[in-house]
Write a protein that binds this ligand. Structure first.
Ligand SMILES: Nc1ncnc2c1ncn2[C@@H]1O[C@H](COP(=O)(O)OP(=O)(O)OP(=O)(O)O)[C@@H](O)[C@H]1O
Length: 293
């Protein structure tokens, strides 16, 4: 469960994130999309406790990323698009190290399964300096899966992956949330991640342009051939979907989400009203369409 209220992040004189308010329940894959500089990475880094917000509040799995630093680190894994790995360690040693750090007992069978799934087993004894960019990304994601935190933040995870790797990763994300965990996956391309997302969260110039459930989008625009088409129809037709995203205290929303988590087999996340702040004009929709395609 993630609850963000009025989040702002200022770097010197650049307001990278402006008044962002979003709720993401447990058991959901949320696709965070937007063009370069939209504020995606800044927001994810605030959620992971790696950046201190300038103002606003964040609650991740019941914890404030800054005030509850240790608890947060047990609850969240953040995988950046260019993950920092330890040059002195091999692939296998990375998983051993993570297991030791997070006190994961008997981790080897799970670690081997993950390496098989990510096709890294042949590199088990290889130094990470010999890995390709995509392999590095896969290893970092495998480490995150080994920790298995309630919240996983994947920043542009598809960038370095080949098509089979993308397919496997997206399938693994779907599997990951089945037990009630939450994943945010950021991407420039909605079409790439649409199939696995329960929610779409669109940012542009630091602001939320849309946040809502994909099932609602599809229901609202049955004539659309794809989620992407429905998404742009929604942005250019916000009167049809005009209601703000749910708000309230983190603890209240947390109990709401635990009472109705997504369970395997269910296709619809807990009801989330779309938030179309700042996205009401067709001109704006065309603008967003241009940058996302
Ligand atoms: N360390 C920093 N110092 C100053 N400005 C920054 C810093 N990091 C990001 N910014 C600025 O904040 C804004 C948002 O950047 P951010 O990296 O969050 O966007 P993004 O949506 O992740 O972009 P991309 O898709 O290109 O990775 C941009 O204007 C960027 O120039």
């Amino acid at each position: 469960m993630i609850e963000i209220r009025d989040l702002q992040k200022l770097y010197d004189d650049t307001l990278a994130v402006k008044n962002v308010s979003v709720s993401i329940p447990a058991g959901v894959v949320c696709g965070l999309v937007g063009p370069n500089g939209a504020g995606k990475t800044t927001t994810l880094r605030c959620l992971a406790g790696l950046l201190r917000p300038t103002s606003g509040t964040i609650c991740v799995n019941g914890f404030d990323p800054i005030a509850d630093e240790i608890e947060l680190k047990r609850s969240v894994a953040y995988v950046p698009d260019d993950p920092p790995l330890f040059d002195d360690l091999t692939v296998g040693q990375h998983l051993d190290f993570v297991a030791r750090l997070y006190q994961i007992r008997d981790h080897r069978p799970t670690a081997f399964d993950l390496l098989q799934r990510f096709e890294l087993m042949p590199k088990y004894d290889a130094s990470v300096t010999s890995l390709s960019r995509g392999m590095r990304q896969k290893l970092a994601i495998a480490c995150a899966y080994l920790i298995a935190p309630p919240v996983l933040l994947l920043d542009e995870p598809l960038t370095g992956l080949d098509p089979p790797g993308i397919r496997m990763l997206l399938q693994s994300v779907r599997d990951y949330v089945k037990g009630g965990r939450t994943v945010i996956i950021s991407s420039h391309l909605l079409a790439m991640i649409a199939d696995v997302c329960d929610q779409v969260w669109m940012m542009h110039h630091g602001e939320v342009k849309y946040h809502g459930s994909t099932s609602e989008l599809r229901r609202s625009f049955p004539e659309a051939d794809s989620l992407e088409e429905a998404f742009f129809a929604a942005i250019s037709n916000s009167n049809d979907l005009a209601s703000e995203s749910s708000s309230g205290a983190c603890s209240q929303s947390r109990s709401e989400s635990t009472s109705s988590p997504l369970t395997p087999g269910e296709s619809q996340p807990a009801a989330i009203a779309p938030n179309l702040a700042g996205s009401s004009s067709p001109a704006n929709a065309a603008d967003l369409s241009a940058v996302l395609r």
